[in-house]
Design a binder for this molecule. Structure first.
Ligand code: GTP
Ligand code: MG
Length: 157
């Protein structure tokens, strides 16, 4: 998913709010963080996902002891999927989320500011450009939205 945006090579990443992020009213705060960082929102959706859909999303984790509870939990309420475009968005997005275990997440990160338990860590972020492409296709088969964000000239040199 390499793209060119104001002469800068950008990538897309999928950020997915888990049900705790939605129920705790953290969606706006976290969207703000990505906006403020300079990422561009190119897709956004609230859905109550099925276990079958979530098993595809978390296919890499099949076989982990927490896999069944993760799927059950993720299917227990609505989730919000978003696609962000930006410079090194996969890596930077994960840095903004913080470590998987919130107890190890630095303050200032999303998990470091809002979470304590690994199974209630607010948000998912794609872990590679390749996985981001697959996840975006899974959550947004209709595609992302193309538009120019005029603030880009103030974010990039
Ligand atoms: P994501 O961005 O959510 O994919 O997190 P990650 O890439 O840092 O971790 P990973 O893909 O290994 O795990 C996916 C999700 O499963 C985590 O965000 C947690 O919500 C959950 N998870 C991971 N490890 C554990 C665990 O040991 N116990 C429980 N209960 N949940 C876990
Ligand atoms: Mg992961």
């Amino acid at each position: 998913s390499e793209r060119t945006y104001i002469m800068v090579k950008t990538v897309l990443t999928l950020v997915l709010f888990q049900p705790d992020g939605v129920q705790r009213g953290l969606v706006g705060n976290i969207i703000s963080r990505f906006e403020q960082r300079g990422f561009k929102l190119v897709a956004l959706k609230l859905v109550h996902a099925t276990p079958e859909h979530l098993e595809k999303h978390y296919a890499d984790l099949k076989g982990k002891p927490f896999f069944p509870s993760l799927i059950k939990y993720m299917a227990s309420g609505p989730v919000v999927g978003m696609v962000w475009e930006g410079l090194d968005a996969v890596k930077t997005g994960r840095a903004m989320l913080g470590a998987t275990n919130p107890l190890a997440s630095a303050p200032g990160t999303i998990r470091g500011d809002f979470a304590l338990a690994v199974g209630r860590n607010i948000c998912h972020g794609s872990d590679s450009v390749e996985n981001a492409e697959k996840e975006i296709q899974l959550w947004f088969p209709e595609g992302i939205v193309q538009y120019t964000a005029d603030q880009a000239k103030w974010i990039f040199e």
